[in-house]
Write a protein that binds this ligand. Sequence first.
Ligand code: 4AD
Ligand code: MG
Length: 462
Amino acid sequence: MKTLRIVELIKSDAVDCDVTVKGWVRTKRGNKNVAFIALNDGSCVASIQVVVELAKFDDETMRQIATGACIRVDGRLVKSPGEGQGVEVQASSIEIYGTADPATYPLQKKGHSLEFLRDIAYLRPRTNTFGAVLRIRHAMAFAIHKFFNDRGFYYWNSPLITASDCEGAGAMFQVTTLDLNNPPRTEDGRIDYSQDFFGKPCNLTVSGQLEGELGALSLGRIYTFGPTFRAENSNTPRHLSEFWMIEPEMAFYELEDNMELAEEFLKYLIGYALENCREDLEFMCKMWDKELIERLEFVLHNDFKRLDYTEGIEILKVSGRKFEFPCDWGCDLQSEHERYLVEEHFKRPVILVNYPKEIKAFYMKQNDDGRTVRAMDVLFPKIGEIIGGSEREADYGKLCARIKELNMNERELWWYLDTRRWGSAPHSGFGLGFERLLLFVTGMGNIRDVIPFPRTPQHAEF
Ligand code: 4AD
Ligand code: MG
């Protein structure tokens, strides 16, 4: 007998055949003669209806089949007389793999709030909403690899444990084997990291970019796709302590080329979701965000606005809008500013370029004006910043001078600086926050709801 996943079953035209289905019971209802079990196996939003003639099964088996139980059903696939479902399975035998006590099983028939589900993140993938989100997450990961593979980029793995702080924000998780309650000390009383595992302080990476640049300056075009870690105390719906980032890095790309790639990339991913995740998107649209599909179509079919930071600030200043954080030339934009530009002023995604060098990282290529750098942030409706990137400073002298100016440790970056000493080349890249992309594509409002196990301040239990 053929075991089919429910997604295959409900689409199959082959009725009147014997099948096996396996999955988790969503609901059981019925009368004294017959029970209807809605069975879901995580392969799609839909559950298949299993029809059980009670006379053929013992009471104890039927009692154990409750919401949450895992069962195997052998039976006949037939056309369903019920409305809204094409096929159903008439059970001939049922095996119970695992019971779930209805008195303690946290997921009940009724819908639960997202807040409640966050507290039971280890079980929420069994709900329709998280099933849909996580299937879309998978499809996007696949599409990312496909996009870059089709364009001659190589998948590059930057280290997760590193001694460098790419973004210079100092928000790093330290990795150490020392007992920090009782660390070895040097003669002058400092912690003696020479006795640490790596012989010096290390941290979890905040970005794979610096090592990614080494890839671009040897293989031409690379992309990373891996977890990154930030120990900033940001309790917002758009920040995680552990998030996944996609960082393409390209030799011989200038800022213009970088912008073009970013726009093409985002549109490709949105188009891919619309084509390949239709049912899950329709479900998300119905449940959480009525305008989701419309918004995705809109972004797919409209050009992103390219705008200078300086012009952006002017627009914000004359907007007459009272922002929580006032802004002037030189300030870092808050998401309220970004969203004003995108949602209210231009009404489409914006690529903001040429930021003041003071608010951007050391590695960005400096403009001739002496005060701005060739940075680009892609700003999206509902999200704000979804991509951050830049053309990189390829000039050894300028890069060293900037590192000195910022009081950074030049000696620690020797390997990075060497790329500018030997065969330096113009190059650019950017980082797309995977979960920010998923916020946009799924229509969810909180970044904690687009990753299986969110890591946030005070939360890393499961
Ligand atoms: O702007 P960021 O900090 O840029 C970099 O890390 C560069 N090294 C990227 C590069 O040029 N290769 O981060 C890039 C993106 C942001 O635009 C945002 O989408 C996401 O990463 N991001 C976060 N997502 C979730 N939680 C956080 N705490 C995030 N911080 C950044
Ligand atoms: Mg940024």
